[in-house]
Design a protein. Structure first.
Length: 589
């Protein structure tokens, strides 16, 4: 561990890199991330940073990274390029005109990362000591996010002359501070011209929003939430139908409607000084119960998501770090198809693990003013001789895969296949292990230009991913065709929590001695059947399953057995997609 009395002298780039590596090994080197488990309801705004105390030591704090910027290479130069190209082919629509339009377009490529300036860290350290009235407080380093997404948005002028916010790209963001995202876009000639003019404005209309999730342990509250399913089914949310997609703003409106109509009712007992934190915890669980999160790119219409993210950027200016909140902004949802009736009761009398979201915004700023005349960053070229070009495809490993190398995965192999116009094939492979991730040694896959005259087709390639699991099993994805400048590698499965819940007093009244719950769910060519047993006298919040399901598979089978006081048994089986399994709905016969 780092010495708490260690004094910082100089903070150059090399020392910041060493610090990041130390933090990486401290937090990721173990089998779990318990070393950074935080008390999420006790966050402190210290200067410009949100800081949270560790569960194991209330005087040790972690901070949320605050700023985003363009990536730089080893010499400190920005990793950015805007290449406009001209394809001098015959314009068949020009008739007998001697001046015609050439083909072409542009390729925009840049790397972005988020970090925390050392000045803000030092200011936060001092502010924490002042706020907490203690010189023993330690600000240890950045918190590792549990998940993250980015959204690239820009406002364009449509054919009708109106300004419209567009979601240009969205994807998984790295969970470790100072990890980079490579973004690459193919633009047509008109869009490339508009973008070039936008770069020359005071605030170019190109922004990235990082929506980062982090988890922690809540305080224990004396409260319960009652869900009246009959009233829920009368809500506007239900009238929309299960096929309608929602963005997070719509989800919050739906929750507010349920509160107003008393379809859900929160009751607190005694004094709850952290009421905002309690409400955040309660309604986050309610959202998990009512809505199923989906990848935003699966939603048919993304304008609502783009408008919402754009509105969040306006009050923050060119750069900034947003507040901590319960619902992600860069998210889409689909209403669950639930069939529950009557009432369900959720108790909040114990500490639970919850997720919060942190917003980091970035605008390209006055980049053109500084580098607009430098051909390394802004350049127009002719494609008369394309054979000397090559393309680098970066490989991004989702941060949630890091602990999987200790739990389930041995290695991952990425295979790239590029079929050139003349029929020749380029094959490249990259093997990813835990060591290569820790050493930051995931190199790009490179292919050249072999008689590839169509530059748009040249950007297209195929790739597949092979996962080797511990125990000898493997899973290989089919070939996927894409033209993006980055291959995003993420687990072909999702870890989910199934929480047992219900009215414990009702079980006691029914003279239930114990309840056993067994799940049955698929995992590729196998099935898993975990089991839990609980007594009505035990805390409900500790009873939950950690299950692993293939991506986009949410359904699992369950069997519940109630062991009565007289030795008899009642049973129920069924299927469920929710993260909550209520054990108080006992059969009457």
């Amino acid at each position: 561990m780092m010495n708490r009395k260690m004094k910082t002298t100089t903070h150059n780039h090399m020392k910041r890199s060493i610090t990041c590596l130390l933090i990486l090994f401290l937090f990721v080197g173990s089998r779990t991330l318990r070393a950074q488990q935080i008390m999420i309801d006790r966050g402190v705004r210290a200067g410009d940073l949100w800081c949270f105390p560790l569960l194991t030591d209330s005087l040790v704090y972690l901070y949320l990274p605050s700023d985003a910027r363009l990536g730089t290479d080893n010499s400190g130069q920005p990793q950015f390029s805007f290449l406009r190209y001209v394809d001098n082919t015959k314009d068949t629509t020009a008739g007998n005109n001697s001046i015609t339009k050439a083909g072409g377009g542009a390729v925009l490529n840049f790397l972005v990362l988020y970090e925390t300036p050392q000045k803000k860290v030092l200011e936060a350290k001092q502010k924490l000591k002042e706020v907490l009235h203690s010189d023993d407080v330690v600000l240890r380093g950045p918190l590792i996010f549990s998940q993250g997404r980015y959204a690239l948005i820009s406002s364009i002028i449509t054919s009708s002359g109106k300004e419209e916010t567009k979601l240009l790209a969205t994807g998984n963001a790295p969970v470790l501070e100072n990890s980079r995202i490579a973004l690459s876009f193919e633009l047509d000639p008109k869009t490339s011209k508009i973008l070039l003019e936008s770069f020359q404005m005071a605030t170019p209309d190109i922004s990235i929003v990082f929506d980062m999730g982090f988890s922690g342990i809540t305080d224990a509250y004396r409260a319960e939430l009652v869900v009246n399913w009959d009233d829920v089914k009368k809500s506007e949310m239900m009238k929309a139908g299960a096929s309608v997609y929602f963005v997070s703003a719509d989800v919050e409106k739906s929750v507010e409607e349920l509160k107003r109509n008393n379809a859900v009712k929160l009751t607190t007992i005694g004094d709850n000084p952290r009421m905002d934190a309690l409400v955040n915890t309660v309604y986050s669980r309610l959202v998990d119960l009512l809505f199923q999160p989906i990848d935003p790119v699966q939603a048919p219409a993304q304008n609502g998501l783009a408008d919402m993210i754009g509105s969040l950027l306006k009050p923050q200016g060119a750069m900034g770090s947003g507040k901590v909140f319960g619902f992600g902004v860069n998210a889409a949802y689909k209403r669950r198809d639930f069939k529950s009736t009557g009432q369900s009761v959720m108790n909040f009398n114990s500490r639970v693990s919850v997720e919060r979201h942190h917003l980091i915004a970035f605008n390209i700023g006055d980049f053109y003013k500084k580098y607009g005349t430098d051909p390394k960053y802004f350049k127009s070229v002719s494609l008369d001789d394309p054979d000397f070009q090559q393309r680098e495809i970066f490989v991004s490993v989702d941060g949630t895969l890091l602990p999987e190398f200790d739990k389930l995965i041995n290695n991952i192999t990425i295979t790239l296949r590029k079929t050139h116009e003349n029929g020749e094939v380029t094959l490249k492979e990259q093997n990813i292990t835990k060591k290569s991730l820790n050493d930051n040694n995931v190199k790009p896959l490179i292919y050249g230009s072999i008689s590839d005259k169509n530059r748009t087709d040249w950007l297209s390639y195929e790739y597949k991913t092979n996962f080797q699991f511990q125990g000898g099993k493997s899973y290989e994805t089919p070939w996927t065709k894409q033209s993006a400048g980055m291959i995003n590698v993420f687990a072909p499965y999702e870890r989910r929590t199934v929480q047992l819940d219900g009215d414990v007093d009702a079980l006691k009244t029914a003279k239930v001695r114990a309840v056993t719950v067994q799940l049955d769910y698929p995992f590729f060519n196998d099935s898993r059947k975990p089991m839990l047993t609980m007594k009505p006298t035990e805390p409900m919040g500790d009873k939950k399953f950690e299950i692993t399901l293939p991506t986009n598979i949410y359904e699992y089978n369950y069997e519940i057995n109630w062991i009565m006081g007289d030795g008899s048994t009642k049973s129920a089986t069924g299927k469920n997609k929710s993260g909550y399994l209520f054990i108080d709905n006992m059969p009457t016969n």
